[in-house]
Ligand binder design. Structure first.
Ligand code: ATP
Ligand code: MG
Length: 569
């Protein structure tokens, strides 16, 4: 159980515990996660998934997976599959309970007929534009449609003709007859059905009228016996309508809607519309681009489901909206990978290091620890030889004061190997660029310690040139430079805040040979460089591509203050 979860239950769990205590719904708890299959799931959805599935489990109840597929123009079965894969990968199981709002279209149509018969719904023939004008504003009441008082018979006939395809899109809609003067604009005779002459990915051409979210969602919940319908705060005003619909109809159960604050994450966007735009305009390489805040992108980047779930537990559930710092998510990823990722050595920006007093042709195998956090991970043997690669930035010919790594005359430790002392450099005769660093080693320091007790100020990672394998490595930064890219200045678009350095591709990186066995999806810590995983899409046998999942530098300290202030609210 996560640290966060052992604390006081959040307001939703308190409400549910109270309902159970009072014996509502016979003490049953049944939730659902209701994605619309019009895009991939993102980290905000992960928050809703964790909440719904974990609450159900804690109260001994069930959680359904329901596709809210009432808008065929934007939906696609490909998204259905992607969503199922993501929920499963996060570690949740909906058992047999995979449902679709479209499975209820017949039943929903019946309910609509009942509303008409009860004089609580009517077919409106105003245009969309007129309906908008008649709706009024926050300060002014709306105006009743001239079609509002059609007879039940006329409404039944017109609605049947809508269903039969006799009208064009926008020619008429079915509206609830509630109150055009309601202070809640959503209650001013909301639309229940509209005409869309679009085939549906599950019902084909059977329907050309489709129910609106506010009509379909509450009734789907009721049909499935959902007890607690958890949704984000933007649906707060819809609750009155949710309850109104359920109050008018003989539904089999009476669910309760509870709203919580959506997750906002810094330096990214969490709206499917915006994410789709990034994909369609080619700003990223698909929904599963490792820079995307999607579950699929994070999986490809190397995040673990455990880290994402821990993140969701830590942010908790509340009523107040805030922006959570991306660094908190990275902190959770780092903590999880620290426990499980084997350490290896890799050089991203190679510089040759030649050990002058090490015999040519000799090689030896040095023992390296696989994971200091996990002794059961054991050790491995890493080949060492006369010519190595070190990181270009680990050498400076004229080092400034605080540079403690390799420089002419200076001695450093090569991790798991020996002390080496720099004796000079070799330059490219044309460009003058340093192409090789020369050094000598002290055979008495094998394993990395000097018997005479002398110290060095730096330990470098390295790879034996003759044994190294080559790889492409991709480094990532935030997708957006602005903390809140949703906050768009006038005349700009959120894409104007994309970070031009969000992806850096390094070719010809040198890795220790044990990585030849790495499989797509495997995760490692490259010592001193961060956590990396083998890309599942672009890696080829013998030509691995590694994604940097996260750096080793934890910027969480700054975030911590923010988390504290979140809790105090
Ligand atoms: P988006 O705003 O990205 O388009 P959506 O709400 O339209 O998302 P749905 O597929 O309808 O996407 O969402 C399924 C469920 O996930 C809903 O219950 C919704 O409230 C919840 N959800 C969506 N975004 C977030 C978020 N950022 N934080 C928490 N829950 C979210
Ligand atoms: Mg939605």
């Amino acid at each position: 159980m996560s640290e966060a979860r052992r604390k006081k239950p959040d307001f939703i769990r308190q409400i549910i515990a109270e309902d159970v205590k009072q014996g509502k719904n016979g003490g049953r708890v049944h939730t659902r996660f209701p994605p619309e299959p019009n895009g991939y799931l993102h980290i905000g959805h992960a928050k809703a998934i964790c909440l719904n599935f974990e609450v159900a489990e804690e109260f001994g109840g069930l959680c359904n997976l329901r596709f809210d597929d009432t808008n065929p123009t934007k939906e696609d079965p490909h998204y259905v599959e992607a969503i199922k894969e993501d929920v499963r990968w996060l570690g949740f199981d909906w058992g047999e309970r995979e449902y679709y709002a479209s499975d209820y279209f017949d039943q929903l149509y019946e309910y609509a007929l009942q509303l008409i018969k009860a004089g609580k719904a009517y077919v409106d023939s105003l245009s969309q534009e007129e309906i908008r004008k008649y709706r009024g504003t926050l300060t002014e009441p709306g105006k009743e449609s001239p079609y509002r008082n059609r007879s039940v018979e006329e409404n039944l006939e017109l609605f049947e003709r809508m269903r039969a395809g006799e009208f064009e899109e926008g020619e008429c809609v079915l509206r609830a007859k509630i109150d055009m003067a309601s202070p809640n604009i959503l209650m001013r005779d909301p639309t229940l059905y509209r005409i869309k002459k679009v085939p549906h990915h599950r019902t084909g051409n059977k329907w050309c009228i489709y129910p609106m979210y506010d009509f379909a969602h509450c009734l789907s919940d009721a049909i499935e016996g959902i007890t607690h319908s958890l949704c984000t705060l933007e649906f707060e005003n819809n609750r009155a309508l949710y309850d109104w619909v359920l109050d008018q109809l003989p539904v089999p159960s009476r669910p309760r809607q509870i709203e919580f604050a959506r997750l906002n994450l810094s330096h990214t966007v969490l709206s499917k519309r915006k994410l789709l735009k990034l994909v369609q305009e080619g700003h990223v390489d698909g929904w599963d681009d490792p820079r995307m805040p999607t579950i699929a992108g994070m999986r490809r980047r190397g995040y673990t489901p455990e880290a994402i779930r821990e993140f969701c537990n830590r942010i908790g559930v509340a009523k107040n909206e805030s922006i959570v710092d991306f660094a908190l998510l990275e902190h959770c990823v780092r903590q999880d990978l620290n426990k499980r990722a084997p350490r290896v050595m890799a050089v991203l920006d190679p510089l040759r290091l030649v050990i002058e007093n090490y015999p040519e042709g000799k090689e030896e195998y040095l023992e390296a620890i696989n994971n200091p956090e996990d002794p059961s991970a054991g050790t491995r043997l890493v080949p060492f030889s006369r010519v190595l690669y070190i990181e270009k930035e680990d050498f400076m010919e004229n080092p400034p004061k605080k540079f403690y790594r390799l420089a002419p005359g200076r001695e450093v430790r090569l991790r798991y190997a020996y002390f080496v002392r720099c004796t000079g450099v070799v330059r490219d005769p044309k460009t003058g660029e340093i192409v090789e660093v020369r050094c000598t080693y002290d055979p008495a320091t094998r394993g990395g310690d000097a018997p005479d007790g002398r110290k060095v100020k730096a330990t470098l990672h390295w790879v034996s040139a003759a044994h190294a394998i080559e790889a492409e490595v991709r480094l990532y930064e935030n997708l957006f430079t602005k903390r809140d890219p949703n906050d768009v200045e006038e005349g700009k678009d959120f894409t104007d805040y994309l970070n031009p350095n969000s992806l850096r591709i390094l070719k010809g990186c040198k890795l220790e040979p044990s990585l030849a066995q790495a499989k797509p999806g495997d995760r490692f810590q490259f010592e001193r460089l961060g956590y990396f995983c083998v890309d599942t899409k672009d890696s080829k046998p013998g030509k691995p591509v590694f994604n940097r999942t996260v750096t080793l530098k934890d910027t969480w300290a700054k975030v911590r203050e923010k988390e504290v202030s979140l809790k105090e609210n």
